[in-house]
Design a protein around this ligand. Structure first.
Ligand code: ADP
Length: 593
C-alpha cells in the first residue's frame, strides 16, 4: 500500500510551494526508484502544516491522479513507524502488523493475497522518512507494488537506501528554495508598501505604516526606525512583531545615528550577531553594549540598515530576529539596503511635505495679517485726510489769502490728493483681496460701463494727445460678476494704457463673446513692458524701473487690484507686450447665462 490518503480531508488544491525546478528534481528521484529498483509506484511528499502532501509521484496515471496533492496527517506516519521494521532509512510495516485504521489513509492496490512470506501484500507499507538537520521529519519517500511481486531483498534495499538519501537532500533544497522565494516575495511586498507610501504623509504616520509591513515582510522579530536631523522621530522604541514596544538605551540611539551615517556613506547594511565574527565600524565596548541589549530582548540577529537619499542619511532601520529564527542572508541584507533608499526618499518627501505645509500656513497667516494691517492703517489715514482736503478747499476759497499762501495751499492739495489715491487703492486692494467677502455675481452689461470709463478718462487722454477707440458689438455683452469691480478693472486698464502712451497714439478697447466667456481687450501703442517686468506686473507695489514708466505717477497697486478682481470672478488675465511697441491686456470673464 502507499501511504497517502485517497480522499484527503485537508486537500487544499494544488501544492504551490514547490517551484518547477524543485518539483522536477523530486519527480526524477521518484521515477529513478520505479525504474531502477523496480517498483510500480513511488511517491515523495513533504510536511506542510502538520500533514504530508505528495508532490512527486512516479507510476501509473491512475496512481498519480489519486495521490497527487493528497494530504496525510503526520500522526498517521508516526503511528505506522512505531510498528515498522527498521531497514535503515526505509521502514517496513508488513501487512500482518498494519495498524487497523491504515486503510483509511492508505492507497491499497488490488493484489491477490498470498501465503508466501516473501510475497508483497496489498497492505505492505514501505516508507523512508526524510529528516532535516534537527532530526524532524520534513518529508516521506513511499513505494509500493514491486514489479517482481516480492518484498525487497538485501540488494534492493541497498539501492533503495541511496534513493532515500537523494530524496532527503532534494526535499531539503526544495524547502530552502521555498523559504527563500517566500522571503523575497515578502520583502518585495514590503518594498512596494514603502514605495507607494503617500507623499502627503506625516513622518510619524509614514513610519507607522511602513514599520509593520517591514516586520512582516522581512519576517523580523521586531523593527526600529529612527530618523534624525530636523526632528528625531520614531527613535527610542523597538516595535516587536507581537506589538510590544521596547525602549532603547540613550547610548544605543546615539551610536546608531553615528553608525548609520558611516554606513550610508559606504552604502552598506550590517548584520550583527550575538557572537561577533568582526566588529566592523564598532568598538569592543559598543559591541558589548549592543549584544547586552540583544540578550535582553532575546534577539539573536540584528540587521542594521541606514536610510537616506542622495548623499543625505536621514535615519536607520533595525530589524531583529529572535531565537529560533534563521540568520539574515546576504540577499535579505541587500534587499533591506534597497528599502533603505526607498524609505529614505519617502522620509525626505514626508519632511518636504510637512515643511511646505508649515510654510503655506505661515504665509497665509502673514497674508491675513498684512491685509488687516493695510485695511486698518488706510482707514485711520482716510478720515484725517478727508478733513485736511475739506479744510484746504475752504482755505482756497478764502479771498484774504496771499498769492504765496495760495501757492502753498495748492501744493498741499496736490499732495493730499496723491495720498488719497494711495489710500483709496490700498482700501480697494484689501477689499478685493479679502476671501471672506467674495463677490455675489449678477449679470453686468459691459457696454455702458465701458462707455462711462472712456468718458471719465477722456480728459486725461486728450490732455496727453491719446485717442481712445471703442469696438463694441451691437448685441449686449453681459458678464457674470460685480459691476463696481468690473468698472474698477476697466478704469485701471484704460487709464494705464493712456498714461503709458505717448501723444498721437491710440488706445483701443474691444469686447466680444467667446463661448461661455466675454473677452475684454485693451490695446495701446505705448512704451511697452519688458519680459522681465511682465513677470511681476501683477504683484503689489510693483512699478517698472524703466524711466519712461517712472515718469508717470503711480502706486504700483492698479494691476494687483485688477488681478484680484479677475481671480474673484474666476476669470483670467494675460498680457502681450514688447518695449516701444505697446501692450495688449486680455481679460476673460464668465459670461452671464
Ligand atoms: P501704476 O500705478 O504704477 O501704474 P500698475 O499696477 O497699474 O501701477 O502698473 C504697474 C506697472 O506696470 C507700472 O508701473 C508700469 O511700469 C507697468 N504698466 C502697466 N500698464 C502698462 C501699460 N499699458 N504700458 C506700459 N507699462 C504698463
Amino acid at each position: 500500500m502507499a501511504l497517502e490518503a485517497q480522499q484527503a480531508p485537508v486537500r487544499e488544491g494544488r501544492t504551490e510551494w514547490a517551484d518547477a525546478l524543485s518539483r522536477d528534481a523530486l519527480q526524477l528521484i521518484a521515477e529513478g526508484v520505479t525504474e531502477m529498483v523496480g517498483f510500480q509506484v513511488a511517491t515523495i511528499s513533504v510536511v506542510k502544516e502538520h500533514g504530508l502532501r505528495s508532490v512527486a509521484i512516479a507510476g501509473s496515471e491512475a496512481a498519480r491522479a489519486q495521490l497527487m496533492d493528497a494530504v496525510t496527517p503526520i500522526e498517521v506516519i508516526h503511528q505506522d513507524l512505531a510498528v515498522a521494521d527498521d531497514w535503515g532509512r526505509f521502514k517496513f510495516v508488513p501487512a500482518e502488523r498494519a495498524p487497523a485504521d491504515t486503510t483509511e489513509w492508505g492507497w491499497v492496490p488490488e493484489l491477490a493475497p498470498s501465503d508466501d512470506p516473501h510475497s508483497w501484500q496489498a497492505l505492505d507499507l514501505l516508507v523512508a522518512p526524510l529528516h532535516n538537520s534537527s532530526d524532524e521529519i520534513v518529508g516521506l519517500l513511499s513505494i509500493d507494488l514491486p514489479v517482481n511481486g516480492r518484498r525487497p531483498d538485501t540488494d534492493q534495499r541497498t539501492l533503495l537506501e541511496r534513493y532515500a538519501a537523494q530524496a532527503e537532500r532534494a526535499v531539503l533544497v526544495a524547502l530552502e528554495r521555498e523559504a527563500l522565494s517566500e522571503q523575497i516575495r515578502l520583502a518585495t511586498a514590503a518594498r512596494e508598501i514603502v514605495r507607494n507610501a503617500s507623499v502627503q504623509l506625516h513622518v510619524d504616520d509614514l513610519l507607522a505604516q511602513c514599520g509593520q509591513a517591514l516586520t512582516s515582510g522581512f519576517r523580523a522579530g521586531g523593527s526600529w526606525v529612527q530618523t534624525f536631523d530636523e526632528e528625531v522621530s520614531g527613535s527610542g522604541a523597538l516595535h516587536s512583531a507581537q506589538g510590544a514596544d521596547i525602549w532603547l538605551p540613550e547610548g544605543l540611539i546615539e551610536m546608531a545615528e553615528v553608525a548609520a551615517r558611516q554606513l550610508w556613506a559606504l552604502q552598506q547594511s550590517v548584520v550583527l550577531e550575538r557572537e561577533p565574527t568582526s566588529l566592523g565600524v564598532l568598538t569592543q565596548e559598543q559591541y558589548d553594549e549592543i549584544t547586552a541589549f540583544m540578550e535582553r530582548i532575546g534577539a539573536d540577529y540584528l540587521l542594521f540598515v541606514p536610510l537616506g537619499a542622495g548623499s543625505t542619511c536621514v535615519g536607520n532601520l533595525v530589524l531583529t530576529r529572535v531565537e529560533g529564527q534563521p540568520a539574515w542572508t546576504s540577499t535579505e541584507a541587500d534587499a533591506a539596503l534597497d528599502i533603505g533608499h526607498d524609505l529614505g526618499r519617502a522620509i525626505l518627501n514626508a519632511r518636504t511635505f510637512a515643511h511646505e505645509h508649515r510654510l503655506v500656513a505661515e504665509l497665509t497667516a502673514l497674508d491675513v495679517y498684512k491685509g488687516k494691517l493695510i485695511a486698518t492703517v488706510s482707514h485711520e489715514l482716510k478720515n484725517p485726510l478727508t478733513a485736511i482736503i475739506g479744510h484746504l478747499e475752504m482755505l482756497d476759497a478764502a479771498p484774504e489769502l496771499s498769492a504765496a499762501s495760495r501757492g502753498s495751499v495748492s501744493a498741499i492739495g496736490r499732495g493730499a490728493q496723491r495720498l488719497q489715491r494711495v489710500i483709496d487703492d490700498l482700501l480697494l486692494l484689501s477689499k478685493v483681496g479679502d476671501p471672506d467677502h467674495p463677490i455675489i455675481p449678477t449679470p453686468v452689461h459691459l457696454q455702458p460701463i465701458v462707455e462711462d470709463v472712456r468718458d471719465l478718462t477722456d480728459i486725461s487722454a486728450s490732455r496727453g494727445g491719446v485717442r481712445v477707440d471703442l469696438d463694441l458689438p451691437r448685441e449686449p455683452m453681459v458678464a457674470d460678476g460685480d459691476a463696481e469691480e468690473i468698472d474698477c478693472l476697466l478704469t485701471n486698464l484704460i487709464s494705464n494704457a493712456v498714461k503709458y502712451s505717448p501723444a498721437d497714439t491710440s488706445v483701443s478697447l474691444s469686447v466680444r463673446r467667446d463661448g461661455a466667456e466675454v473677452v475684454i481687450t485693451c490695446r495701446d501703442q505705448g512704451i511697452g513692458i519688458s519680459p522681465a517686468d511682465q513677470e511681476q506686473l501683477f504683484s503689489e507695489f510693483f512699478r517698472s524701473a524703466d524711466p519712461a514708466a517712472r515718469a508717470q505717477p503711480g502706486t504700483g497697486l492698479g494691476l494687483a487690484i485688477v488681478a484680484r478682481i479677475v481671480e474673484r470672478h474666476h476669470g483670467s488675465i494675460s498680457v502681450a507686450s514688447a518695449l516701444g511697441q505697446g501692450s495688449t491686456f486680455t481679460v476673460r470673464l464668465p459670461a452671464a447665462a
